[in-house]
Ligand binder design. Structure first.
Ligand SMILES: O=C[C@H](O)[C@H](O)[C@H](O)COP(=O)(O)O
Length: 236
């Protein structure tokens, strides 16, 4: 099963890179997570002379490491605010290409790098493909919060209807997950999210919230690797 999923991730990632990273592109945004590992692998298969002329903008400690390990040149959005294309994974994608992101707590930097790009492309395996957000990804919408405000934000999220919202705890560390930006994450389930823009607005208006893992009306295309080895391409 694992290899089927890895194969699906790889197929989606390779096709997205092949179709959207063009020789004339000079600045490429690179998302985070396990599917993006395959994006970087494909980038490294390009002509080294092309990669040498290109700057790659990572979205986390993890993706920065992937790029540096591959010998690629990294930059940040402060230096490169016009990105040709950003390719990233997702935790779930709906029929309109709205996405839940932040399963790896990287959604703040991911959203900034996605918004700085002319094109934002999602790569995922078949498990992420939904009609409505909340169908497959039931852990909740990741919400990055400033640490001192977490209890206050949690109460507000509960008042908004996310009664199961909870602070994300670390696995190999006592206490909460601390993001690359020094913040905490609250995972806030909202059931089936038929109106993700409303949830995004409502949650983002809570003081203490830094960013919400709902990416609405951002992606141009999503590539889903399927169980049968094919790739489904969904455009807006
Ligand atoms: O914070 C993490 C990111 O939003 C990832 O892109 C997302 O969690 C998908 O990761 P994966 O490709 O490992 O499923």
């Amino acid at each position: 099963m694992t290899s089927l999923i890895e194969q699906a991730k790889q197929k989606a990632a390779y096709q997205a890179v092949d179709e959207h990273v063009l020789p004339e592109h000079r600045v490429i945004g690179v998302g985070s997570g396990s599917t993006v590992v395959h994006v970087v692998a494909r980038l490294l298969q390009r002509d080294p002379a092309l990669n040498a002329k290109t700057v790659f903008v990572p979205t986390s400690f993890q993706s920065r490491g992937l790029l540096l390990d591959g010998g690629l040149t990294v930059g940040d959005v402060e230096q490169y605010s016009n990105i040709d294309v950003t390719i990233d994974g997702a935790d779930e994608v709906d029929a309109q290409l709205n996405a839940i992101k932040g399963g790896g707590a990287a959604h703040l930097q991911e959203k900034v790098v996605a918004e700085a790009a002319k094109k934002f492309i999602i790569v995922a395996d078949f498990r992420k493909d939904s009609k409505v957000l909340g169908e497959q990804w039931t852990k909740g919408v990741p919400v990055e919060v400033v640490p001192f405000a977490w209890r206050a934000v949690l109460k507000k999220l509960q008042a908004l209807g996310s009664s199961e919202a909870k602070l994300r705890m670390a696995v190999a560390k006592a206490g909460p997950v601390v993001t690359d930006n020094g913040n905490f994450i609250i995972d806030a389930p909202f059931g089936l999210i038929h109106d993700p823009v409303k949830v995004l607005r409502d949650v983002k208006l809570i003081t203490g919230v830094v960013e919400v893992g709902l990416f609405c009306n951002m992606a141009e295309v999503a590539y889903f690797g399927c169980e049968d080895g094919s790739v489904t391409v969904r455009t807006k």
